[in-house]
Design a protein around this ligand. Structure first.
Ligand code: UD1
Length: 410
């Protein structure tokens, strides 16, 4: 495969950004918003709360002047697990909120104990009534010193959202350092918040009276960038990603280099780009251990496993974030990959050829891994369960076609 592609805006930014607009007593405009079913679900939640949310192409305008409702109905919560990030925002605006407890998901249990521990420290009373979380802060929300036992992305976002209009200062220690946290803080600061240290392990938020609206461009999606880079590498191709931030994929670069790819970031006409060339014979990477940012992202693990399946040598993957994140391995094996899984370790023996088969996506990135592998497989592969892929990829099929893939929507 060869050619140039634009990288979409980040799914994991757009969701907390849309929830952040709940705090703004005015109009916000978010640019570079990908067309994703998860973003649509977030807009439905905003409309249900009484905000006016409209999309024109890649820009979403949210008017949150009036918030009429503080409850998120169960069917909307179920559409998207990460809707829990609305909790901090609704509480920050109204001091009360009712929504359903998000259950586990296809990757394993997804507890929110850290979110709740932090909100309680900030003065929020939380009752768990038959699957519903009933939260209120009759005496207001106040700043607190919060140390997270692990740097949860969602907990860090919820604390920031609840803290921006709290009384006093909140300090988050062992905060998540993902670029999406920085993006959320940048947007909220444009709206009048006072957040310092986002992107580092300590975030300090000084509460302000209220927020207005702002305009903001969503950062590029580093996991989508990783997917296209893996697609280029598995087809031994050469591509340029436009509107892509090389600094956000720094943990992936040494792995691509170890495989024998040439990869670098550069700027052209004021636009950040990433170049990859995988035309030389590639070899298996050694060990890939997923961890928190800035380490190797768990969300990129499935696509790298697909790629490693086709490289000479043995690769070992260790998954440290989620309990059940190798479900794509069975489906990759249907295509001819040689993978053995033992709990959180997967050992991949590279093979020379994969062959097309009918396979099923069981989660978002697992689905992307199957598409990646199918590009290398001889013959035709049919991938079902693509609604998982639509949660996070804006026109994956159209984009892969642009760089030469023979791929179609059924
Ligand atoms: C976010 C990303 C997701 C990514 C994940 C880890 C979004 C919308 N999603 O998910 O794509 O895979 O980060 O990089 O941004 N945990 C607890 N207690 C808590 C919270 C988390 O034990 O209160 C554990 C979870 O079991 C999980 C791990 O921490 O194993 C990761 O959770 P977290 O960082 O919160 O991920 P999400 O925000 O859900």
């Amino acid at each position: 495969m060869a050619g140039e592609l634009d990288v979409q805006g980040a799914k994991n930014s757009i969701l907390p950004l849309l929830s952040g607009t709940v705090l703004c007593q005015g109009e916000s405009v978010l640019h570079n918003c990908p067309n994703l079913s998860d973003a649509d679900a977030a807009c439905r939640i905003l409309n249900c709360l009484g905000c006016k949310c409209t999309r024109v192409n890649k820009s979403i305008t949210v008017n949150s002047e009036l918030l009429l409702n503080t409850d998120v109905p169960e069917e909307l919560m179920r559409e998207m697990r990460s809707s829990i990030v609305f909790l901090g925002a609704i509480l920050g605006r109204t001091r009360q909120c009712k929504l359903t407890f998000p259950g586990g998901c296809e990757l394993g249990p997804r507890p929110i104990d850290l979110h709740l521990m932090a909100l309680r420290k900030m003065g929020v009373e939380i009752k768990n009534e038959s699957g519903y979380l009933e939260c209120s802060a009759p005496k207001g929300i106040h700043g607190a010193h919060i140390s997270l036992s692990l740097p949860s992305v969602g907990a860090t976002e919820n604390i920031i959202l609840a803290a921006v209009t709290a009384k006093g200062t909140t300090e988050i220690h062992n905060a998540a350092r993902e670029p999406e946290i920085t993006d959320l803080a940048d947007f909220l600061n444009k709206c009048g918040a006072r957040i310092n240290g986002a992107g580092s392990g300590t975030v300090i938020i000084e509460g302000v009276e209220k927020l207005g609206g702002a305009e903001h461009k969503v950062i590029p999606d580093r996991i989508v960038a990783a997917t296209y880079l893996c697609c280029a590498a598995i087809t031994r191709g050469e591509i340029i990603l436009k509107n892509a931030d090389f600094s956000h994929i720094s943990a992936l670069v040494p792995v691509f280099e170890q495989m024998g790819c040439k990869i670098y970031g550069y700027n052209s006409d004021g636009e950040d780009r990433i170049y990859i060339n995988a035309r030389k014979p590639l070899r298996a990477p050694h060990k890939i251990i997923t961890t928190w940012h800035p380490g190797f992202p768990t969300d990129a693990q499935p696509m790298f496993m697909a790629l490693a399946s086709t490289l000479k040598g043995t690769s070992v993957f260790e998954e440290t974030i989620f309990d059940n994140r190798f479900r794509h391995a069975d489906e990759l094996m249907r295509l001819g990959a040689k993978i053995s899984v033992n709990k959180t370790i997967a050992v991949v023996e590279g093979v020379n050829r994969l062959s097309g088969a009918d396979v099923k996506a069981t989660d978002l990135r697992g689905g992307a891994a199957l598409v990646t592998a199918a590009l290398f497989a001889e013959g035709t592969s049919r991938i079902s369960g693509i609604s998982h892929i639509d949660r996070g990829y804006d026109d994956l099929v159209g984009n892969l076609k642009k760089i030469g893939a023979d791929i179609n929507n059924a």
